[in-house]
Design a protein around this ligand. Structure first.
Ligand code: ASP
Ligand code: MG
Length: 428
């Protein structure tokens, strides 16, 4: 008996039957004597459809109205799940993010949770209700406006609720059986990880693995909430995201050997900008990146070439989210005269492949094996970056699948038998 926090993703709530199935699963937990709090995403591809709708009405929808629109998706789910639960003879109370006390900063479209004040949730639990919370949304303490947390943000809602309610675990229900060594949609022989560290999961999430929202993992690590990622379509044990995967709490004091590589992630959501012909002198890079920071743009990789001796001009390339591409180009165009660069190049036909594993720290030769795997797939590398436990490369977008498969095989990650089942979702 305790508080169980669960999250159900859009593909687990795709239609009326799916919602009834989820409601049965929620009620089982309640029946077992637990208090249950559930964060829900919008049904199926609702969020994408709402985006399309907005763009059909306006090429540049105001961010505030976009959030008003998108939060409606989760609101539909929460009410329907609560109705399905009441049909099973249990009472549920649904709450919007704002009602549930999810307080965020004021940034529309990618707000950060700054506090959770779950008074109404604990009150409803005290009255014996199951609580359903609309994911991916909150309210700004400053502006009083409704905000969204960025795509996939319901994961973060769930973990933030788990932290605020001091739950023992946060269960993330999705359409695959857990975290795999690669996206099973591209690598059918991908293997399920039983356990993975927050640290590795952070890198995986930051490098495009869509399985968990990045902030959700940050939150889990900060508050020490174990995250159990599993399928709502099967009863299988999923993947545990924990502090130290080598420590097996079930077998006292025993340690389990951890693999060197946790997985291969890929990302098709970035673009590359090259600032050509930047005068090679003090302060130029600072000026360029200041302009991008002022425009609220998060950069990923940055490469500055050695300047040509004859001209003493250099090129600076960096990657950023495609969705920020236009904003960045406009911000840079504004400082062209001041910086004195030659021109800007924009390329959004790129993809990023990342190899991640804490074992990299202590095992040499990983980088060369990775590059060899990419070469053997006939793929050219455009940019490289590394962290202590990750190596990433930028390649042509069309080469992403081949490079991922080749890397997965080179590091012996392929399972003998296909164990990756994609139960639902359109992968949109
Ligand atoms: N419905 C939102 C999305 O599709 C949030 C979520 O699913 O977590 O991004
Ligand atoms: Mg979704």
């Amino acid at each position: 008996m305790g508080i169980v926090v669960q999250k159900y993703g859009g593909s687990s709530l795709a239609d009326a039957d799916a919602i009834k199935r989820v409601a049965r699963r929620i009620v089982e937990i309640k029946k077992a004597g637990n208090d249950v709090v559930v964060a829900v995403s919008a049904m199926g591809d609702t969020t994408d459809d709402l985006y399309d709708l907005a763009n059909g009405v306006s090429p540049l929808p105001p961010a505030r109205e976009m959030d008003m629109l998108l939060t409606a998706g989760e609101r539909i789910s929460m009410a329907l799940v609560a109705m399905a639960i009441s049909d099973l003879g249990y009472t549920a109370r649904s709450f919007t993010g704002s009602q549930a006390g999810v307080i965020t900063d004021a940034v529309h479209g990618k707000a950060k949770i700054i506090d959770v004040t779950p008074g109404r949730i604990t009150e409803a639990l005290g009255e014996g209700h199951i609580v359903i919370v609309a994911g991916f949304q909150g309210v700004s303490a400053d502006t009083k406006e409704i905000t969204t947390l960025g795509r996939g943000g319901t994961d973060t809602t769930a973990v933030a609720l788990a932290a605020a309610l001091e739950a023992d675990v946060c269960e993330i229900y999705t359409d695959v059986d857990g975290v795999f060594t690669a996206d099973p949609r591209i690598v059918p022989s991908a293997r399920k990880l039983d356990r993975v560290s927050y640290e590795e999961m952070l890198e995986l999430a930051a490098c495009g693995a869509k399985i968990l929202h990045l902030r959700c993992v940050e939150y889990g690590r900060r508050y020490g909430i174990p995250i159990h990622v599993r399928s709502s379509f099967s009863r299988l044990e999923g993947t545990w995201v924990v502090d130290d995967p080598a420590r097996d709490e079930t077998a006292q004091g025993e340690t389990v050997e951890q693999p060197i590589i946790a997985g291969v992630a890929h990302d098709r959501s970035e673009a590359k900008i090259t600032v050509v012909g930047v005068p090679d002198k003090v302060g130029e890079a600072a000026r360029i990146f200041e302009a991008l920071a002022d425009a609220q743009i998060n950069l990923d990789m940055i490469v500055q070439n050695v300047s040509a001796a004859a001209t003493s001009l250099t090129d600076i390339s960096f990657t950023l989210p495609r969705s920020d591409g236009q904003t960045a180009m406009t911000a840079l165009a504004r400082i062209q005269a001041e910086v004195g660069y030659d021109k800007l190049l924009y390329d959004d036909k790129i993809g990023k492949i990342s190899l991640i594993g804490a074992g990299m720290r202590s095992h040499p030769g990983i980088t060369s094996k990775f590059f060899a795997a990419i070469a053997s797939a006939g793929v050219n590398i455009e940019m490289i970056s590394t962290s202590e436990i990750r190596i990433s490369v930028i390649v042509d977008e069309k080469d992403v699948d081949d490079a991922v498969r080749s890397t997965h095989t080179a590091f012996d990650l392929d399972a003998d038998e296909v164990e990756a089942v994609v139960y639902g979702g359109t992968g949109r």
